[in-house]
Design a protein around this ligand. Structure first.
Ligand code: BES
Ligand code: MN
Ligand code: MN
Length: 453
């Protein structure tokens, strides 16, 4: 295995770079053709690697790539999930090299999607190829690589619900998260859920002269800003009634275990160029970003934002708001609570519209499962260090759906780093991480096959 990986590492990288050159931005319909091109590239790479089945499934949105290699129906099956779509690359001017012309700098691959998630799911394709080539695939494997993760996986739910037999497996394996550091392997044992909404605040029926009317008529931007500010109290708690009702508090032991993982607040602040952190009272920075629910304004606009000044009292103001959720919050319930509260706190001088976008449930991996222990053993073997359990702050909404529709638990064996700048300009993925992932995945298969005997 090591010999095969060593002999082919240059080609593995070249093939990833080729995939990274395809701008598969799922959110922007201008890239629809490129998204399909990326899907086709993935399908072909699975076929070449030795999959018996490698096909595209059409959806109402972007296609889903499915592949499988069944060596023996009596053996366990690992279902690998990933996404070949990427976030939009803007703001383009902040990239030091073009987002879809990957370059290697300081041992890192710079390109949109390099870490999230092309560089990560592609490790699985290459690990599969290596296991096939060396005759060491110890169990069955299926691949489901989708093209709509970054826009809410709207069509994947239907695909999963109507293909239960096809997707039959024993565990889901995903590399789409981060670990603590290259010398501190870790495994995310949970993901936050998400409720994403857009709000519209309307004041007067048209834009007004801010001198003629200003002071006498509600300014929707001022009002919206005040409403958003009121959603947190001075202790950093979210003020929506019943918001915390279903939140599971961790035990002291669970908190201590999570806190035992190394973390430097000074490095955190230096990396972000901030003099202080802020957040919910009574919780550490890491806890605030993982085991606690949050509410953030992701965008806010209205009125005049062009060059120079225009005196205007706008008719409307808008904001996009996300809430990260933790077990056992339900995203539909939270969305309703938000909408009800937001309407209630609006003064009579404005009208409010709340539009839910998408969401997903939070998720937890059981630490005592064969799959988690296999991941632990695999990382311990390849890093020479037992991985620590962590909780991820991000969301992969489909993971909870896999559990509901397929009854399957997921192991989040991610090889990225928080500093990879995913969703940001200059996204990158370490060559070390790419190769380490390819080396570790076959070990997961080996341990999983053994542990599930
Ligand atoms: N890979 C990320 C999720 C992630 C990143 C989880 C780091 C844990 C650590 C995924 O592609 C993503 O960006 N998810 C979105 C949600 C989706 C509905 C747009 C997110 O978390 O904002
Ligand atoms: Mn991702
Ligand atoms: Mn993402």
């Amino acid at each position: 295995m090591q010999d095969y990986l060593q002999a082919h590492k240059g080609r593995f990288l070249d093939e990833l770079l080729e995939l990274l050159r395809i701008p598969s931005v799922s959110a922007d319909s201008n890239y629809k053709g490129d998204v399909r091109k990326a899907a086709e590239y993935v399908r072909e790479s699975l076929a070449k690697a030795g999959a018996d089945v490698a096909e595209l499934h059409e959806t109402n949105g972007h296609p889903i790539v499915f592949g499988e290699k069944i060596i023996d129906p009596a053996l366990p099956t690992v279902l690998v999930y990933g996404h070949y779509d990427v976030q939009p690359a803007d703001p383009l001017e902040l990239w030091t090299s073009p987002p879809f012309e990957p370059v290697i700098k300081d041992e890192k691959i710079y390109a949109r999607g390099s870490a999230d998630d092309k560089g990560q799911f592609f490790m699985h394709v290459k690990a599969f190829e290596a296991m096939m080539a060396t005759g060491s695939l110890p169990c069955n494997v299926k691949f489901m690589i989708e093209g709509e993760e970054e826009v809410g996986s709207n069509n994947l739910g239907t695909f999963v619900a109507s293909n239960r037999e096809k997707l039959k497996a024993d565990v889901i394996l995903i590399s789409d998260t981060a670990m603590i550091a290259n010398d501190v392997p870790s495994i995310d044992t949970g993901l936050r859920g998400l409720s994403y909404v857009e709000v519209e605040v309307t004041g007067p029926n048209r834009d007004l002269h801010s001198g003629v009317y200003g002071g006498a008529v509600a300014n929707p931007i001022n009002t919206l800003a005040k409403m958003i500010a009121s959603l947190h109290d001075e202790k950093g708690h979210i003020t929506i009634p019943h918001f915390y009702d279903d939140v599971v508090e961790l035990t002291a032991d669970e908190r201590a275990l999570l806190e035992s993982a190394p973390f430097s607040l000074d490095e955190y602040k230096t990396d972000l160029d901030i003099d202080d952190v802020q957040g919910e009272e009574g919780y550490s920075t890491r806890e605030r970003a993982s085991i606690r629910p949050t509410l953030d304004c992701n965008g806010i606009w209205g009125g005049y934002t062009g060059e120079g000044a225009k005196t205007v009292l706008p008719s409307k103001a808008f904001a996009k708001i996300s809430m990260r959720l933790v077990p056992n919050q339900d995203w539909n319930k939270i969305t309703d609570l938000f909408a009800e509260h937001f309407r209630r706190i609006a003064p009579k001088s404005v009208k409010v519209k709340v539009t839910p976008h998408h969401g997903g449930q939070p998720y937890l991996t059981p630490l005592e499962s064969a799959a988690y222990r296999a991941a632990e053993a695999a990382l311990a073997e390849s890093f020479g260090k037992k991985p620590v359990p962590t909780r991820g702050g991000g969301s992969i909404p489909i993971v909870a759906l896999f559990e509901k529709e397929l009854g399957l638990k997921t192991v989040l064996m991610g090889f990225g780093l928080d500093s990879d700048a995913i969703h940001s300009p200059n996204e990158h993925y370490g060559l070390f991480n790419f190769y380490k992932g390819i080396e570790t995945i076959p070990l997961f298969f080996k341990h999983f096959a053994e542990l599930s005997r």
